[in-house]
Every structure is written in structure tokens, then in C-alpha cells.
Write a protein that binds this ligand. Structure first.
Ligand code: HEM
Length: 403
């Protein structure tokens, strides 16, 4: 996409197998038009992750069904509810970093993956004990396999239990059995009404017509939250460590700030990591209307439109010296609303954005308080595609000393 944008500019079309005819845009005005279009005009891009997650996933829904599901999902991911999860994140971070080696470089990504997985399993699934242990075992290999298969069309049969598709079916069978146990345990909890995990909130909430979420939709949606929230946040944290170890001035200032209750610079740093090392490089929509007017063009029904988020993040008109890692650019200034888009935009903007931001803030604060990160003048790590998210190729390697 970057090479084509260099050649053809900030709007071009191409034909991609599986997705069909596509228009790619990397201009803030066009991005705004795409993200603010009515949901009956632009729906979610097809195919999308719901092929793997199930028809009950929010990714599969459009129009009213999508709006209603978002209403149901939004409360646990906002303001007051988020506060409840902070202590879980801090606990998981402390547990993980207790094992960090000192003085030798190691990749942080496996650690950040475990922290974000455990955080979601506890805060979202409300899992504990044996169910938590089993989920911890099956999810990492399942997500790795699922990410690799995400862009490959589903075959009409599974090719046996040892084929990738057969293994995906088996993971799902084990996962469903655990979710049944979790639901039964939650319902049996005498304190069920006061539980704050997202599963309990889903079990307690109802749609506008009074109906509850079905068992299948709950399973699909929990899996969606896990798949969407785990690798993305972990990869961004991996990049954060990679960036900080190469920017001593920022690191020194962040360490000093972490001693205080402030987080202005840490927040600006998170925004800058998300700009300069974007882990989800694009968000897509599909034209449902007979045509969609976009800038000077009319995009026909059946086309998909991709907003190249990563490309927008390198736009020198939006971000001066875009190649420079400079958190100061976001101190005291909000990022441009349709230029800084790591969470996509509009009605489908990431439902977990506030959760992810809080999680990254708490993980960074905890690490900065307990360890000195050694700096390096090694070149930046290259990008590695895990299928959905882009991670630092060497896993965000750093060397640390306990403070
Ligand atoms: C740094 C971490 C994260 C990044 C970069 C990220 C990025 C994104 C992006 C780009 C989208 C597509 C938005 C669009 O189409 O306009 C998205 C959607 C979504 N994200 Fe995230 N995400 C992150 C963390 C999370 C977390 C922690 C959760 C939940 C626990 C989550 C749940 C979701 C869900 C459910 C959607 C689908 C929304 C819909 O279709 O209505 N994400 N995310």
C-alpha cells in the first residue's frame, strides 16, 4: 500500500483476491467521509475476522444489529468500569516482570502477550482457577494459528483434525466447554449482581426489546474481545519498549514522571508509539448503497474501501518530521481527529480503546518504576506481520536492571 501510494497518491484502486475491487485512501478528509458515512451506506469490510470468530461477533454485524450490540458492549469499556480493572493489570504486570532477566537483552513481546492475555481473561472473561489456567494454555497457540489463517478463505471442508482448519475446530470445542463452565460459575456466584467482569455485564444486560444475548453470541463476542484486544495491545507495548530503549531523553523524562502521579508525557508517548509504529495498518468498509460519493469519485456498490491508517500517520502535513519519534508533539495538544487513527473511526471505532490505553499506561508505569531500561543505538526493529497485527521483528528486545 505504501509503495502504491508513493506512485499513485493518496487515493487509488486495486483488485485483491478474496476482497475484490478496493479503493485505498490515505487522506484525512477522505478518511473522515468513510468513517462518518451512515451504516446502511458503508458496512463492515467483507470478509472480516468474524469468519474465524463466529456470526455472533460484533465484526459480523451491521446496521441496527451492530448499533444494539455496541450499546450493550460499551458500558464495561468506559470510565468508571475501567477503573475496576487497573489493579488487575498492575498485578499481572508485577507477576510477569518478576521473572525478567537482568543485564541481558530479551524480547518483551512474550511478556506483554501474557500480560494482555491474562488481563482480558480476568477482566473480560472473569476467569479464575482451573478455567483460567486452561484458557491460558489453549489461547496463545490458537491466536497464532487463527491470525495466520485470518486472510485465507475458508475451505468447504476441514481436511481432517490435524489440518489447520481441523485444529481450529478442536480449539473452539475446548473453548466452548470452558465458556459453559464460566457462565455456570458466574450464575451460581452469590455476588453475581455485583461482579464487574465483562461476561457478568453481558449476562446481566438486555437489548432495547428486553431480550438477552444468546449463549452462542456471548461465546463469539468474548472471543472477539480477546482476539481484538490481546495481540494489538501487546504489540503496541512491545514497540513502546523498542522505541524507549532508542530514545534516552524520552526515557529519562518518563522515569522521572513515573515517580509522580502524573502521566501527561506517558500518555503522549503512547499516542506517539501508536502513530509511529501502528500495529493495525488499515480499517475497511464495504459499499452497501448503490454508490458512495467519496471526494471527487463515486464508488460503486460492491466495492470495499480501505483507510490506510499507517500511511496517514506518516503524513508530514499532519505530523511535522513524521520519521522522528517525538512524544512532545502530543504534549498539551490533541492528535488530529481524522489523521491519528490507530483505533479506526466512526461507529465501528475500537470498542476497547479506553481499556487499551489504560492498560498500556499501567504496564509502562509499573515497568518504569521497577526497572532501569538500558538504552541502545542499534537501528530500530523491523516490522513483522503476525497476520493481523504488526509486531517488532525481534520482539521488542531490551536489557534491564532492577531499580
Ligand atoms: C492498542 C490496542 C488496540 C488497537 C490498536 C486496536 C485497533 C482496532 C482497530 C483499528 C479496529 C477497527 C476499527 C474500525 O473499523 O474503524 C478495532 C476494532 C475493535 N476493537 Fe480494538 N484495538 C485495540 C485494543 C482493543 C481492546 C483492548 C479490545 C477489547 C478488549 C478491542 C476490541 C475491539 C472490537 C470489539 C472491535 C470491533 C468494533 C466494531 O466492529 O464495532 N480492541 N480495534
Amino acid at each position: 500500500m505504501f509503495k502504491m501510494a508513493d506512485r499513485y497518491g493518496d487515493a487509488f484502486s486495486l483488485h485483491v483476491p478474496i476482497y475484490g475491487p478496493l479503493v485505498v485512501v490515505a487522506d484525512p478528509k477522505l478518511a473522515k467521509q468513510v468513517f462518518t458515512a451512515a451504516p446502511d451506506v458503508l458496512g463492515n469490510i467483507q470478509p472480516n475476522l468474524s469468519r474465524l470468530l463466529g456470526s455472533g461477533s460484533v465484526f459480523a454485524l451491521d446496521n441496527d444489529e451492530h448499533r444494539q450490540r455496541r450499546r450493550l458492549l460499551a458500558p464495561p469499556f468506559h470510565g468508571k468500569s475501567i477503573k475496576n480493572y487497573e489493579s488487575i493489570i498492575e498485578e499481572e504486570t508485577l507477576r510477569e516482570i518478576a521473572e525478567w532477566p537482568q543485564g541481558t537483552a530479551f524480547p518483551t513481546l512474550p511478556s506483554t502477550m501474557r500480560i494482555t492475555l491474562n488481563a482480558i481473561l480476568r477482566a473480560v472473561f472473569g476467569a479464575e482457577g482451573a478455567a483460567l489456567d486452561e484458557l491460558r494454555r489453549i489461547i496463545p497457540p490458537w491466536v497464532t494459528l487463527g491470525s495466520r489463517m485470518a486472510m485465507i478463505p475458508n475451505p468447504s471442508r476441514t481436511f481432517g483434525r490435524y489440518s489447520p482448519w481441523g485444529r481450529l475446530v478442536e480449539y473452539r470445542r475446548r473453548y466452548d466447554a470452558i465458556v459453559d463452565t464460566l457462565i455456570a460459575n458466574e450464575r451460581a456466584d452469590p455476588d453475581f449482581e455485583n461482579r464487574t467482569d465483562v461476561l457478568a455485564l453481558m449476562l446481566r444486560s438486555t437489548y432495547e426489546d428486553g431480550s438477552a444475548m444468546s449463549r452462542k453470541d456471548i461465546g463469539d463476542e468474548l472471543l472477539t474481545l480477546l482476539a481484538a484486544g490481546h495481540e494489538t495491545t501487546a504489540s503496541t507495548l512491545g514497540w513502546a519498549f523498542e522505541r524507549l530503549s532508542r530514545h534516552p531523553d524520552v526515557l529519562t523524562a518518563l522515569v522521572a514522571e513515573a515517580e509522580t502521579g502524573d502521566n501527561e508525557l506517558r500518555q503522549a508517548t503512547i499516542l506517539e508509539v501508536q502513530r509511529q509504529r501502528t500495529v493495525i495498518d488499515a480499517a475497511g468498509r464495504h459499499v452497501h448503497a448503490p454508490a458512495f460519493d467519496l471526494g471527487d469519485w463515486s464508488i460503486p456498490h460492491g466495492y470495499s474501501i480501505i483507510v490506510s491508517i499507517a500511511r496517514l500517520h506518516t503524513d508530514a502535513e499532519l505530523f511535522a518530521n513524521p520519521d522522528r519519534f517525538d512524544p512532545q508533539r502530543f504534549v498539551g495538544t490533541k492528535p488530529p481527529s481524522f489523521g491519528w487513527l490507530p483505533y479506526g473511526g466512526g461507529a465501528r471505532r475500537c470498542v476497547g480503546a479506553v481499556f487499551a490505553n489504560m492498560e498500556m499506561d499501567v504496564v509502562l508505569r509499573t515497568v518504569l518504576r521497577h526497572f532501569t531500561i538500558e538504552t541502545t543505538d542499534a537501528p530500530g526493529e523491523k516490522y513483522h506481520s503476525r497476520g493481523v497485527a504488526y509486531t517488532p521483528k525481534d520482539g521488542g528486545r531490551i536489557a534491564v536492571r532492577r531499580r
